[in-house]
Design a protein around this ligand. Structure first.
Ligand code: SF4
Length: 135
C-alpha cells in the first residue's frame, strides 16, 4: 500500500484513529486497531497458520452514537482491543503526536523516545512505536 500513497488515515467506527506517512503507519503503527489489522493480513510467512482475528464486531451507527453520548465516552475499540486498560473504558483517547506528522488516538500511544518491547497479538514479542504504559 505504501507504494501507492504518501499518507494513510485509519478509520474505526467512523472515527479517524490513526493518521500518518504510509511507511510509518504500516511499519510502526501507533493504534491497536491498526496493529490488529496488520496482524490479520495474510503473508507468505504465515502460510498454513491460522490468521489473527480481531474478536467481536464494529459497533453499529446506533451503538456508536449511544456509546459516544455517555458521560465518559470510552475508546470505541475498547471492547475488542487486546491491550485495553480500565482507562480505555472510561475515557476517550486523545490524539497523540508521534512525530513526523504521525498521530494516533490511543491511550497507549507514545512518542518514539518511549518505544519499548511488548507482547503483541499473534506472534509474540515485537517492537512497536506505541509502547505501553506502566500501571
Ligand atoms: S485506547 Fe485503549 S482500547 Fe483503545 S486502542 Fe488504545 S489501548 Fe486499545
Amino acid at each position: 500500500m505504501e507504494k501507492y500513497c504518501d499518507r494513510v488515515l485509519i478509520f474505526y467506527a467512523g472515527k479517524i484513529v490513526e493518521e500518518g506517512p504510509a511507511e510509518l503507519v504500516f511499519t510502526e503503527p501507533g493504534h491497536w486497531y491498526t496493529k490488529c489489522l496488520l496482524e490479520a493480513m495474510p503473508k507468505q510467512k504465515k502460510r498454513g497458520r491460522e490468521l489473527f482475528e480481531i474478536p467481536g464486531r464494529v459497533p453499529s451507527a446506533a451503538e456508536r452514537t449511544a456509546i459516544l453520548s455517555g458521560e465518559n465516552p470510552p475508546c470505541l475499540f475498547a471492547n475488542r482491543c487486546p491491550f485495553a486498560r480500565e482507562l480505555c473504558h472510561e475515557k476517550s483517547p486523545a490524539r497523540i503526536d508521534l512525530g513526523q506528522k504521525h498521530f494516533a488516538a490511543c491511550q497507549l500511544a507514545r512518542p518514539p523516545k518511549e518505544i519499548r518491547k511488548i507482547d503483541g497479538p499473534g506472534e509474540g514479542r515485537k517492537e512497536i512505536r506505541g509502547g505501553i504504559q506502566d500501571e
